[in-house]
Design a protein around this ligand. Structure first.
Ligand code: PRE
Length: 311
């Protein structure tokens, strides 16, 4: 009997990134093969090209906010959809080659999000030492192991993986940070509604009075709570913005489907980014009776009766 090929996953690499840890927490090693990608755009490109089935990429961090490469990578290019969200607590060490003393360190390298989350502590430990960006925390650790740089801000597991030792542990300025990762695929069958889901989308609006209010109203009048909203420049058109947002609910629910259809009417463009199980551990708000599927069905039936003359 022919065997189904294993699911292929890309993640922001190399080995030892938080993205790899997030993928491991979500997908058992036996449930697919995984390959590191050099950057978030490279991971998304591998999905679009069909080289992998899905990519696990960072979307936002509780301290530093959104990851622009992922936000923009999902908003532009061939459509991709989120099928799952994964939350991972992140903690950082300042890692060096064995034998390195604080006074030997001439630079500190890491992913910009990791440098931002540790800026104060690293400056206290290594005053005046410049910081440099890397494509990921693990790429930073590897470059220190290779002798290209002197210290990396990375996960304890990355330090171990690349033979480094901690010069300082727990160097986050705000301990307890969590990064939200998303698993993205080419559009296909949607994850089934679980009753506790999120829907993500990007709405492009023109520069006019009340444009954002129009977007928000379509959710509010249908009893849908938003869990995130932020604006990004569309980049190719001056002063035209897109709103990237997550709301509670699944597109299969009438209230969410109708809100999206309404946005399609009032926005210049709407890009659906998926409906997937909510995993942030926070309780979704109860759906008001008048926004439940049954209320929409009842209203549709009533309207059909009116239209057929049964007043
Ligand atoms: O470099 C990594 O290890 C990543 O997975 C990326 C990333 C990010 O983009 O925010 C993930 C978690 C940390 O907040 C720092 C870096």
């Amino acid at each position: 009997m022919p065997q189904t090929p294993p699911t292929r996953f890309a993640y922001l690499g190399p080995e030892g990134t938080f993205a790899e840890a997030a993928l491991s927490s979500a997908v058992a090693p036996a449930d697919g093969v995984r390959q590191p990608a050099a950057s978030v755009p490279a991971a998304l490109a591998a999905v679009r090209a069909g080289e992998v089935d899905a990519a696990l990429v960072p979307l936002e961090n509780s301290v530093e906010g959104s990851v622009p490469a992922t936000m923009d990578g999902l908003a532009d290019g061939d459509p991709l959809v989120i099928t799952r969200e994964v939350f991972l607590p992140v903690s950082f060490v300042l890692a060096v080659r064995p034998g390195t003393r604080p006074e030997d360190v001439r630079d500190v390298v890491s992913h910009p999000h990791a440098l931002a989350q540790t800026a104060r502590t690293v400056a206290e430990r290594l005053p005046g030492v410049p910081t440099l960006p890397a494509s990921s925390t693990a790429a930073a650790a590897r470059s220190v192991a290779d002798g290209e740089h002197d210290a990396a801000v990375c996960a304890p597991i990355a330090a171990e993986r690349y033979g480094l030792v901690p010069l300082a542990e727990d160097v986050a300025d705000h301990p307890g940070a969590v990064t939200r990762f998303v698993l993205v695929s080419r559009p296909g069958e949607l994850p089934a509604p679980t009753g506790d889901d999120k829907t993500s989308l990007v709405a492009v609006v023109t520069d006019r009075t009340g444009a954002l209010l129009d977007v928000l109203r379509e959710f509010a009048v249908r009893g849908i709570s938003l869990t995130r909203i932020e604006s990004r420049p569309t980049r190719d058109r001056l002063w035209v913005y897109s709103f990237s947002l997550d709301c509670e609910g699944h597109v299969a629910e009438a209230r969410v489907g109708e809100a999206l259809a309404a946005l399609h009417r009032v926005c210049e463009d709407v890009r659906f980014l998926g409906s997937y199980p909510r995993a942030d551990g926070r309780a979704s708000r109860p759906v008001p009776d008048e926004a439940a599927d049954a209320a929409f069905t009842d209203a549709q039936e009533w309207l059909a009766r009116l239209r057929s003359g049964q007043v």
